[in-house]
Design a protein around this ligand. Structure first.
Ligand code: ADP
Length: 914
């Protein structure tokens, strides 16, 4: 290795340029700086580099080809700008802004300017692009406008802290061991102290010895790392991880090395991951020997960090990409090819490892992201992106091992190779973000439109829709169906446009998730489902559906257009009446995340369920009859209802809903059979197949116990009232009655308050008042500390999610109930869901409480405004709470627990994932 003392710092343009003389790459450095000079960087214009640059138009679009021609254009443009100072000023004003005050890396500023962005001097929170080296708070992400982009995701710490990565990988490895075996075995101390000791004892008993590496949990740059042949002297109270040491790494010229691989995540909703097609090979500076007592302290031999090895006198700054202590991954691939290694296989494995790791992070990241951006419409542009640095060790069998992930990889450019690779990485990253000047304006217009749409969306009162003829109801259903299809069409179109853009502007990035390899994609989707089951069991069922829709949706634009045309046809021919309110569509059902139109099913759905329910039951099974009673074959309706729970239906009006939404029958006992019933049936069948009478008896006892608890939950919910601060329950009831009586008068005001004045976070908070009280009821009644795993809570969660749909529009829609069942009830009319009548009544009560809560918050705000000319703050809203009527406690004292405290507790609870 030869040293190069002349190279001081890569940002020194002339030194870089002079080193690059004779390089034949497409664009010269002079064009890059010629481009930057008129924008005020003051840098020189001499020299050339192999650094890849693309000329840019105002929108930041690239024209990568015809580079020479464009070079000339840039020079012309520069001349023109110099002669036209006014035009230059205008251009500056209309430039995309980048706030880079949070980063210390000059190369980011250089690339932003090179692309044509204007870097703000101040810490401008409204800049289009914000780049921060440090962690970004969730509040900051919440505050971003949709046109902005920031370089961190919330929740990513679950894989970027060493102990979190180890913990999550271990959990996932338990669920799918054959897929998660690329992290060396790791223990987290102090909690795993005894496990480590026992493991060491075992090794000794089998006369084996291993080497371990000990790292601080939140360490970086090799700080505090030590290597051990035995672990007898581990401190007991410090936070670090112990990891099996990979003893036989692949060597380059006799030196150990690791790879710094760059990964860009542009979105988590849906997940999109790109792998940068280059990176760094970081070599140690002392020839490698297998670890022994004599050499474990030789950090220049065992550690590959640049920050460690640069202190060794033998560290070699390379003059080229394939020599010295830091090399390019491209040159490494060349080396492998020359030595007959299977390079494509290695990169397939590395890419697979990266996607699997991001799948582990996804439940946390998506959850945190949605908490930060509650109102963001599905498939909208992500305000977050992240460039991650994966540290990967390759062993002698060419197997990649994941050592760690850096969420702020160094963009220092101490050497030319750093500048070459990192500048290209940053440039390609910024281009892929597709930030456009008119995004800001478009976003403001879209927001206005959306608010108006919500305000004036026709909503019908219960009585109004009840008065509707069957024909009108079905026409309404059809209209909603069309709306959903149009929305879906927009999504599919948007996905197409995004993919097009990515393909044209990905530079050196390769998209690794989602992938076009169908078999792989399917296996990733399964892993995503497994990740939700592992890390968020409570959310898993609903997320599984969403995952299928997000990543396995095969609908093309033409399919949706066909479906829309069929809706039009149905409308024209008045066919709705003949198909039971269900337009006959060929394609799959609409997105689950959208509220489904009432009275809409895919033909054949019920048959399938019905068949399931019977085929599940072996002949002679005591459950055969039971399941049939709960089944919902067309025609198998109320007559087949069991009487077991009949007496429970004590709520007024609750008996009116014997016919489920969309004509699906809901039996007194079982309701619409679906997943839960099927699972229950399956579970029960397993028991029966064991032909154990005791088992079936036990199952019955458990079932009855559950039914009893559900009944008690209903009683408790019926007892709950929304408390109006300073007023008795009776007064609160009167207020509610008056609001309902004068609905025509209040409706536009309440709509404007709910849909326009309150932002989506406040709307969520209002619904959360009810949600937290419902959770408390469940905790009391079911005597479980964690209600998330209760099947009944999952049912309730679906209702809350429905109410939260489209920034709380879901709750507003509930004021427009139609006929026997409200629109939200259709979430249970799908074949895959089953709830019994008591559960349904609980849900109805919850919806009622949420409606009351909205009205009381509105009334309270109106009164407060009159009194003090101001709306209710969080604190005031906190005073509105649900209470059990018989206890009638006094108002919650203002200081006990503010709404935001409660909200943050709720947030913290959901953050602490199992
Ligand atoms: P840091 O964040 O402090 O850099 P790393 O986990 O990246 O910590 O470890 C630093 C270096 O130690 C790595 O670059 C690698 O050379 C070496 N190393 C880390 N873990 C192992 C391991 N399990 N086996 C072999 N070498 C390892």
């Amino acid at each position: 290795m030869s040293s190069n003392a002349n190279l001081k710092h890569s940002t020194s343009v002339s030194s870089l340029a002079s080193m690059e003389k004779g390089n034949t790459d497409d664009i010269t450095l002079s064009s890059l700086y010629a481009r930057r000079t008129p924008l005020g960087t003051g840098l020189g214009t001499t020299g050339s580099t192999n650094h890849r640059t693309q000329p840019v138009n105002e929108r930041g679009d690239t024209h990568r080809h015809d580079a020479d021609k464009v070079d000339q254009n840039i020079l012309d443009e520069e001349r023109r700008l110099r002669n036209q100072p006014k035009a230059k000023r205008k251009r500056r004003k209309n430039m995309i802004t980048a706030n880079l005050n949070g980063t210390r890396y000059d190369v980011i500023r250089q690339m932003a300017e090179h692309i044509g962005y204007s870097v703000t001097r101040e810490d401008d929170p409204t800049a289009f692009l914000i780049w921060n080296d440090a962690f970004v708070s969730t509040e900051r992400i919440s505050d971003l406008k949709p046109y902005q982009r920031i370089n961190h995701f919330p929740g990513m710490g679950e894989v970027t802290r060493k102990d979190n990565l180890a913990r999550n990988m271990m959990k996932m490895a338990k669920a799918v061991p054959e897929e998660y075996n690329f992290v060396p075995r790791t223990w987290i101390l102090p909690s795993d102290f005894n496990i480590v000791q026992n493991y060491m004892k075992d090794l000794r008993a089998h006369k084996k010895s291993k080497t371990f590496i000990v790292k601080p949990s939140n360490g970086a740059q090799g700080h505090g790392i030590s290597i051990h042949r035995n672990l007898d002297k581990l401190p007991t109270n410090e936070h670090f991880i112990v990891q099996e040491y990979v003893e036989k790494p692949l060597l380059l010229d006799g030196y150990k090395f690791d790879l710094r691989i760059y990964v860009l995540v542009t979105s988590c909703d849906p997940l999109r991951i790109f792998l940068f097609n280059d990176g760094l090979v970081r070599m140690s500076t002392e020839k490698y020997l297998p670890p022994s007592e004599n050499n474990v302290n030789h950090l220049f031999m065992h550690l590959t960090n640049y920050s460690v090895n640069k202190h060794n006198e033998f560290y070699e700054k390379g003059a080229s990409l394939d020599a010295g202590s830091k090399r390019s991954i491209k040159s490494f691939n060349e080396y492998l090819r020359r030595n007959d290694y299977d390079v494509p296989l290695l990169w397939r494995n590395i890419s697979d490892m990266i996607v699997k790791t991001m799948i582990v992070a996804e439940p946390y990241v998506l959850h945190s992201y949605r908490m930060c951006r509650p109102g963001a419409p599905p498939a909208s542009d992500s305000v977050c992106f992240e460039v991650l640095g994966f540290d990967v060790l390759i062993d002698r069998k060419l197997r990649p091992w994941l050592l760690e992930i850096n969420r702020s990889p160094s963009f220092g450019t101490d050497e030319k190779i750093d500048f070459d690779i990192k500048s290209a990485l940053i440039e390609d990253t910024i281009r892929l973000l597709n930030i456009k000047m008119n995004d800001k304006k478009k976003n403001m217009n879209a927001q206005k439109l959306e608010a108006q749409k919500r305000l004036f969306r026709p909503t019908k009162r219960v009585s109004e829709t009840a008065d509707m003829s069957e024909y009108d109801k079905k026409r309404l259903g059809l209209e909603r169906r069309k709306e959903e299809l149009k929305e879906l069409l927009q999504r599919v179109k948007k996905a197409g446009t995004r993919e097009d853009y990515e393909n044209r502007n990905r530079g050196r990035f390769i998209r690794i998730f989602p992938t076009d390899d169908k078999a792989r994609q399917d296996s990733y989707v399964k892993l995503l489902e497994a990740a939700y089951t592992t890390f968020m069991s409570g959310r898993a069922p609903s997320m599984h559906k969403e995952i299928q829709l997000m990543y396995n949706n095969k609908l093309k634009e033409s399919d949706i257009l066909d479906m829309l045309a069929e809706c039009d046809n149905d409308e024209l021919q008045g066919r709705m009446a003949n198909v039971g309110g269900k337009p006959q569509t060929r394609g799959p059902k609409p997105l689950m995340s959208m509220p489904s139109s009432e009275a809409i099913h895919t033909p054949g759905e019920e048959d399938e369920d019905g068949e399931m329910s019977e085929s599940l039951s072996p002949p002679g099974s005591p459950y055969r009859h039971h399941l049939a009673l709960r089944g919902s074959r067309p025609g198998s309706v109320n007559s087949r209802v069991s009487n077991r729970m009949g007496s429970v239906m004590s709520r007024p009006n609750s008996g009116a809903n014997m016919q489920g939404p969309g004509g699906r029958p809901i039996s007194n006992t079982g309701g619409v059979i679906g997943d839960r019933a099927r699972q229950a049936g399956n579970q029960k069948l397993t028991n029966i197949q064991r032909s154990n009478v005791d088992d079936s008896f036990l199952t019955n006892v458990i079932r009855e116990r559950e039914d009893e608890l559900t009944r008690r939950t209903l009683y408790a919910l019926n007892d709950m009232r929304i408390k109006f601060p300073g007023k008795s329950d009776q007064e609160a009831d009167t207020i509610l009655d008056k609001l309902y009586e004068n609905w025509k008068f209040h409706k536009p005001r309440i709509a404007s308050y709910w849909l326009v004045k309150l932002d989506s976070i406040k709307r969520r908070k209002v619904i959360d008042i009810v949600r937290s009280n419902v959770r408390a009821v469940l905790q009391r009644t079911w005597r479980v500390p964690d209600v998330d795993n209760l099947p009944i809570y999952r049912v309730f969660s679906r209702v809350f999610n429905r109410l939260l749909w489209s920034h709380g529009q879901g709750l507003w829609n509930c004021f427009a109930a139609s006929g026997n069942c409200s629109s939200w009830e259709t979430i249970f009319s799908k074949s895959s869901d089953a709830i019994d009548e008591t559960e349904l009544n609980c849900c109805r009560r919850i919806v009622q409480l949420c409606k009351d809560c909205l009205l009381i918050v509105y009334q309270f705000a109106a009164e407060a405004k009159t009194a003090s000319q101001g709306g209710p703050g969080d604190r005031e809203k906190e005073q509105i709470t649900t209470q059990r009527s018989e206890t009638k406690p006094a108002l919650v004292p203002p200081n006990t627990q503010t709404m935001s405290q409660r909200y943050s507790k709720l947030y913290a609870r959901t953050e602490t994932l199992s």
